[in-house]
Design a protein around this ligand. Structure first.
Ligand code: GLA
Length: 585
């Protein structure tokens, strides 16, 4: 058992000054069989602490449900941190930002317009109470004063960038304390006077988020935290990627120098991220600062530990810096051998339109065009259907959130993209059944658009009238119903793919070995390996490979692909190394 406190100048571990040298590692972005490996590599870098957010919506698919098993077993993750001899910092939000769908807030909660977002509103607070009741026992039982690894817990996240409701922050503190958290609580904000003022509370340690110019930023923080340790709660040693933009690289030498400056100033640090991982499935968020930009599947973040666990050049540069300030173990993480290079023929396929009876839910009829949220769909794809006439000629949509593939009698007639600010699509001059397959590409995770509805935002008009008679159903992708692949027919894999189509193939492999699927030649879609939805791929750049974590790979494997556009052939090419895409210099 230990004590961890905030002293006059320092953190105090068992009464003695202690520097927190931490790295962010989100259990929800890493396959659970790889948690131990990534934690160990973080320790070998010289870190003494692992920090993780908790993503509320990852545990709570519906109100009243809370899953703490398998990939959601936060207790096991914290136990693995302890087993490595490290401390843990937990940031349960409830808002986490993190390039995560809706910043972690459940869409089912914010679909109710009476709910106040990130403020002291009774409906929001009641739901947070339920969430904290479910998650805090896991954390409380693992606090350092009970023999566990948890030394500190964060309240909210960069709240000063969003609001100024101190009553909300205080209510979160009260709920957290009532939930049995006895270790120090803290807030984090960008290194900005106004934000640090709005985002903090008297009596709670303020920390700052920044990735460079340490002396200047620590001086700003010191104005708001006159005593106690100075901590950079997010030292941005890399950055996330968005579809359509180049891959972000933060030079290792500059990161190492900035880290040296921070440590030389005596500050504590949390590297954001020490290991980024992957936005598996449909979990990525998005930004919207005038244009909607969804986050990529890869969350490599140009972090010291790469998405597949390799120690990068940045790892070695930062380790050398850390060794000047803290004890660093001699050992290094195991080298990662190149991944197997192989071609997997997808031997069976069918048009998606011919499978909707099995891959879409039961259609619900409407007398207006509902949003996805109104129809009770919280992520992925919604199939909207209506009938059009020969004189309709054009489809005009209020707003598409976020990308619609439009089909007339099962034949693709075009795409409407929110990122491209598109609202209008010409239609062939014939009557038929119109299917609008709308993809939620990830809910905005930062700023005032958190919680906005997805799907089609009406009205939807044509050249001559408003379209009001619709049916909606969810595309069932996670999991994909087994009956879908049973219906695929053999087609030679060298034939081009005209989407939207579902394709499947099989391959033999050495179990447990990582693969990288090169998405070159493919359009846009989803990939499943042995039934697990890996995530989205897209030709829109930057990411050119999709990471297949080794624990998903068996001796005999099934690959399923949903291709929304087209592909040169139906061959999945596995390559030796990740390709994260073009970099602007
Ligand atoms: C902020 C947030 C994090 C993350 C980073 C950018 O610091 O607090 O959750 O979104 O920005 O990666």
């Amino acid at each position: 058992m230990s004590t961890f406190e905030i002293g006059e100048r320092d953190f105090l571990l068992d009464g003695r000054p202690h520097r927190v040298v931490s790295g962010a590692l989100h259990y929800f972005r890493v396959h659970p069989d790889l948690w131990a490996d990534r934690i160990r590599s973080a320790r070998l870098l010289g870190l003494n602490t692992i920090e993780t957010y908790v993503a509320w919506n990852f545990h709570a698919p519906r109100r009243g449900e809370f899953d703490l098993t398998g990939p959601r077993d936060l207790g096991r993750f914290l136990d693995l941190v302890a087993a490595e001899g490290m401390h843990a910092i937990v940031r349960p939000g409830p808002y986490i930002c993190a390039e995560w769908d809706n910043g972690g807030l459940p869409a089912w909660l914010l679909a109710d317009p009476s709910i106040g977002v990130r403020r002291h509103e009774p409906g929001f607070m009641a739901a947070i109470g339920e969430y904290l009741d479910a998650v805090l026992p896991v954390v409380a039982a693992r606090q350092v004063d009970r023999g566990g690894p948890v030394v500190a817990v964060q309240v909210e996240n960069e709240y000063g960038a969003y609001g100024d409701d101190k009553g909300y922050l205080q209510a979160l503190v009260d709920l957290t304390r009532a939930g049995g958290i006895t270790v120090p609580l803290f807030t984090c904000d960008q290194a900005d006077d106004a934000m640090l003022e709005r985002g903090g509370l008297p009596g709670l340690l303020r920390t700052a988020t920044f990735g460079s110019r340490a002396a200047e930023r620590l001086a700003i923080l010191r104005r708001h935290q006159p005593t106690g340790p100075l901590m950079c709660m997010e030292f941005w040693n890399g950055w996330f990627d968005s579809w359509g933009l180049p891959h972000h690289v933060a030079p290792a030498e500059a990161n190492a120098q900035d880290l040296d400056d921070l440590l030389a100033a005596g500050a504590s640090v949390n590297l954001y991220m020490v290991h980024g991982g992957t936005n598996l499935g449909l979990t990525n968020g998005a930004n919207h600062k005038g244009t909607y930009l969804p986050i990529t599947t890869s969350y490599d973040y140009d972090a010291p530990i790469a998405e597949h666990g390799a120690a990068t050049a940045k790892y070695h540069a930062m380790r050398a810096v850390l060794a000047r300030h803290v004890p660093v173990p001699d050992e290094l993480p195991d080298a990662r051998p190149p991944a197997p290079v192989r071609e997997v023929a997808l031997t069976h396929r069918a048009p998606l339109a011919a499978l909707l009876d099995v891959v879409a839910g039961v259609p619900r009829a409407w007398d207006h065009v509902p949003t996805a949220d109104e129809a009770g769909h919280w992520n992925g794809f919604v199939v909207y259907r209506t009938r059009v006439r020969a004189d309709d000629r054009v489809l005009v949509v209020g707003e598409v959130r976020d990308r619609a593939v439009v089909l007339l009698d099962g034949e693709p007639v075009g795409v409407l993209s929110r990122t491209a600010h598109e609202h209008v699509l010409p239609l062939p001059a014939r009557a038929g059944e119109l299917t609008v397959l709308v993809e939620d590409q990830g809910r905005v995770n930062y700023g005032p658009r958190i919680g906005e509805p997805k799907g089609l935002v009406g009205p939807v008009r044509t050249a001559v009238r408003e379209l009001t008679a619709w049916t909606t159903s969810a595309l069932l992708v996670d999991p994909l119903p087994a009956a879908a692949t049973d219906r695929l027919a053999p087609v030679p894999a060298d034939e081009p793919v005209a989407g939207p189509a579902l394709l499947a193939g099989a391959f033999d492999a050495e179990p447990g070995v990582d693969h990288f699927w090169s998405t070159d030649g493919w359009g846009k879609g989803l990939v499943w390996v042995n039934g697990t939805l890996l995530g989205r791929y897209w030709s829109a750049m930057p990411t050119r490979t999709l990471y297949v974590p080794g624990p998903l790979v068996r001796e005999r494997n099934e690959v399923v692909v949903l291709e929304l556009g087209g592909a040169v052939d139906a061959v999945v090419r596995c390559v030796a190394e990740p390709v994260l895409g073009p970099v602007d210099v």
